[in-house]
Design a protein around this ligand. Sequence first.
Ligand code: AMP
Length: 304
Amino acid sequence: MSVLVVGSIALDTVKTPVEEHADLLGGSASFAAVGASFFSPVRLVGVVGDDFPEEHIGFFRDRQIDLEGLQRAAGKTFRWSGEYHWDLNTRETRSVDLNVFEHFSPELPPAYRQSEMVLLANIAPKLQSQVLDQMDKPRFVIADTMDLWINIANEDLRALLPRVDLLVLNDSEARQFTKETSLIRAGRQIRALGPRFVAIKKGEHGCLLFGEGAFFSCGAYPLEDIHDPTGAGDTFVGALAGYLSAQSGTVGFAELRKAVVYGSVVASYNVEAFSLGRLRSLKREDIEGRYGMFRRMSHFEAFE
Ligand code: AMP
């Protein structure tokens, strides 16, 4: 079963206190599609300009990502630039040039409309709804969002939520959205707006999963070398969607818990290099190796 991924495809310029790189492959859909591709076939919907390097198209193809839904428009590709501070958890956006993304209207090729697993990666909630309007009846819908949409498209986001099975957002966004200081209350409040499940990411401190009367707290893999956190959240949700898509039957809390751990594992690899650099050489057995380490680390009974 394929995962349908819709989102931004960008050329990013990223600065950390020690390095700066320009025009890197980025965008929520790029990280998410490649993250998902380790587990499941992927269909990508997005837009690029006529300056988008062929090399990146080749990389998507090498990952077996179906590009029938990729639009090529006249003009420049969406560009984003961000700068990280020393803790690498805080980031400032330096510039955003929407370019061809400004008039992006997601159009699903007929073959995509029956996709059972849908990942609405970070784009305007109105566009996320527009994708669902074109779908037959997906088995599971995941949506990601960001502070920008909570600020400028709050009503659109609220209209989307009853159509979503899992909403993924980070801790500061969950607080901003619900005006709650407690993440536990925030998770509960967001679920009351529609999604069966909510995942709240806490950067280097892991992730909380809420749903169906159950709760799961997943730690983050303890990394010594973080080079570029850009796209960690997108890679997380992409791998999570890919893992779920590869499972049969209905998605319940137990499957989602495992999917969150797989998402955390793939995200932990992604931050080891700029852009999608680390994912280029990543193998499924590397993922399984770190998944095993994760399991052993979180079995605290072993120390009793
Ligand atoms: P993350 O680090 O998970 O927040 O994702 C960073 C990625 O999001 C970068 O590759 C950007 O190109 C992309 N991005 C930044 N702003 C937006 C936006 N307004 N809409 C869609 N994607 C964006």
